[in-house]
Write a protein that binds this ligand. Structure first.
Ligand SMILES: [Zn+2]
Length: 589
């Protein structure tokens, strides 16, 4: 039995879109992705992936389920094998190691907490060294309140102070090595990882100290030393200060280059500043940010490295719902310096008018062409207009057209004219594509049951019971109330009854998606039905009033059933025959 928490982590690290994409070429469309179904032969795509419910469904052959179902089917694996395969895809240790790893993890976390306490004590200790460390933080403009809030500290200039401190608290050298707090030298001696450095603890979303960043007090090298990756610390998945930022009501985040920028921005009242930890920004960090931010302002240094990082990061945000803007910091090398020179209010104004991604890209485009030649101007104009043609308001277009006119010495009227025709061309293309997509999706999305066979009452009842199941799948918090009102035996179709029982049997707080929680109870057909119901209702908000109507319709029929038991049995038999016929015709197509 694989622990539910492990399965949850496997799914967190394996987005359904990523996994499917390594087998199927997908095209992004609105909130969904489509492609050619890998489970049946087709020429036009009817296979749809839904990131919001982490599910997939094929409107052609009815294959559907969650990420684990997909893995099972595509690689022909059983449930446990599929989970293991996804785990190794994400670089996770195998599930049976889970318990021991869990113990080791909590041991490292406890040790890190003690180490953080030690560094903080050392910062506030008597003596010349500690005074210099305190002076360093103060020189950087940090108040004692900020130092306390971020748990900043000092690792004194000795090789084994922390090691002795941790030994006294019962940690072994082996454990300290695993936590990355001490290291083995080439000669084989153990020594502290950090000495004579000011220390910044890195804290995860649950408030655990997972790593440290250490910086020298002067200009000696190396300037920064960071904790190595450990069982509890993965650089690429961590954003510094997100644990603080997530409490801020603002959904506009400021992405900085280093810890110092982040801390001084927080002190200046910008509570959503975060940064990557000792790496360039990663896709995982961007994905993490989408949970908290609607807008991200890139506030990297104005030097060449910072500009490169900006360009790279813009690329990472391209396919996310986050609006990205780029901060232009005039007359200062980073936000920290700007705030010291001009104050927090000036920085706030800077944020409000921060250039958006278009402006940044336009600037980049311009530097690529030689605008003193006619050829350069023509090429720049062509690329710039394509860039401006989608996703801008008319006012924005007007502004940028003006700027391009200035840069190229072409009249603004001409630029606007050309822009209009580019916009028309681009949106025509997009509209044709949308129509094609719609046609594809509309047709197979309904169950076709001829009225003559089941009678429209039975049809309406089947529809109501399936919509009721969909409502539970979409919002499992409805399950307890419905459990008391609708008996699974009240439903007509046996597969609906089975799904209903499985839903009623779910533990209250599963943590995973409903589909995944059902995965261990339902067979392939049950999963496919659940995925189908979610897919059909992907754009429907099923309200409490809808649910009430479904329940009443089911109730009406069960009352009638008591009066005419025979016709009921007959109806069920007919509907079953019908579904079988439908499945067969699908597998043939
Ligand atoms: Zn298919």
């Amino acid at each position: 039995m694989i622990p539910q928490s492990y399965i949850q982590e496997v799914l967190e690290r394996n987005d359904v879109v990523d996994v499917v994409q390594s087998y199927v070429q997908l095209r992004h469309r609105g909130r969904t992705y489509t492609g050619l179904c890998p489970f049946h032969n087709e020429k036009t795509p009817s296979f749809v992936v839904y990131p919001d419910t982490q599910s997939f469904y094929c409107f052609g052959c009815g294959a559907g389920g969650d990420t684990i179902t997909f893995m099972k089917k595509i690689a022909n694996l059983d449930y446990v094998e599929a989970v293991k395969s996804l785990a190794s895809r994400a670089g996770m240790p195998l599930p049976q190691e889970d318990d021991q790893a869990g113990r080791q993890r909590s041991r490292i976390l406890a040790m890190n907490k003690d180490a953080a306490r030690y560094f903080f004590q050392q910062l506030n200790a008597p003596g010349e060294q500690a005074a210099q460390a305190r002076a360093y933080w103060h020189r950087r403009g940090l108040s004692d309140g900020t130092i306390r809030k971020f748990g900043l500290g000092y690792a004194p200039d000795d090789f084994s102070g922390l090691q002795r401190y941790l030994r006294q608290r019962g940690y072994t050298d082996q454990e300290m090595l695993e936590a990355g707090l001490i290291k083995r030298s080439q000669k084989g001696n153990l020594h502290n990882t950090f000495w004579n450095r000011v220390m910044t603890p890195i804290i995860d979303l649950r408030g655990n100290v997972i790593a440290f960043g250490g910086r020298v007090l002067d200009d000696s090298k190396p300037k920064y030393v960071n904790s190595p990756e450990t069982l509890v610390y993965k650089k690429s998945r961590t954003l510094f200060a997100l644990n603080v930022a997530k409490k801020d009501p603002s959904r506009r985040y400021i992405l900085c280059e280093g810890y110092m920028d982040v801390i001084s921005l927080h002190q200046a009242g910008f509570g959503t500043a975060v940064c990557a930890c000792g790496t360039a920004l990663t896709e995982e960090q961007v994905k993490l940010l989408t949970n908290y931010a609607d807008e991200v302002v890139l506030a990297y240094d104005s030097d060449e490295a910072g500009q490169k990082a900006t360009a790279r990061s813009l690329g990472l945000f391209k396919n996310t719902p986050i609006k990205v803007t780029v901060l232009n910091i005039p007359g200062a090398k980073d936000p920290d310096e700007f705030i010291k020179k001009n104050g927090a209010d000036a920085f706030g104004r800077l944020l409000d008018k921060s250039a958006n991604g278009i402006e940044y890209n336009l600037e980049k485009l311009r530097s690529r062409y030689d605008l003193s030649t006619d050829n350069g101007k023509v090429e720049y104009l062509r690329d710039a207009l394509t860039l401006l043609a989608s996703g801008l308001t008319p006012t924005e277009r007007e502004i940028y057209a003006g700027r391009i006119a200035e840069q190229t010495n072409v009249s603004k009227a001409t630029v606007l004219n050309q822009l209009e025709s580019t916009v028309r061309r681009v949106s025509d293309r997009q509209r044709r594509q949308r129509q094609r997509d719609l046609q594809k999706e509309m047709v197979p999305a309904q169950i076709k049951v001829p009225y003559s066979l089941g009678g429209d009452k039975a049809l309406a009842a089947v529809n109501a019971e399936q919509q009721l199941l969909a409502a539970m799948l979409k919002d499992p918090s409805r399950i307890p109330a419905l459990r008391d009102r609708v008996d699974p035996g009240d439903l007509i179709m046996p597969e609906d009854q089975e799904l209903c029982r499985a839903l009623y049997g779910l533990p209250p707080q599963t943590g995973t998606t409903v589909l995944t929680a059902l995965g261990s109870q339902l067979g392939e057909e049950g999963m496919s039905l659940a995925a189908q119901l979610l897919a059909r209702n992907s754009d429907n908000a099923l309200t409490a009033r809808d649910v009430e109507l479904f329940v009443q319709r089911i109730k009406q029929r069960t009352t009638a059933k008591a009066q005419a038991p025979q016709s009921e049995e007959e109806m069920r038999r007919r509907l079953e025959a019908l579904t079988k016929a439908k499945t067969q015709s699908n597998t043939q197509s």
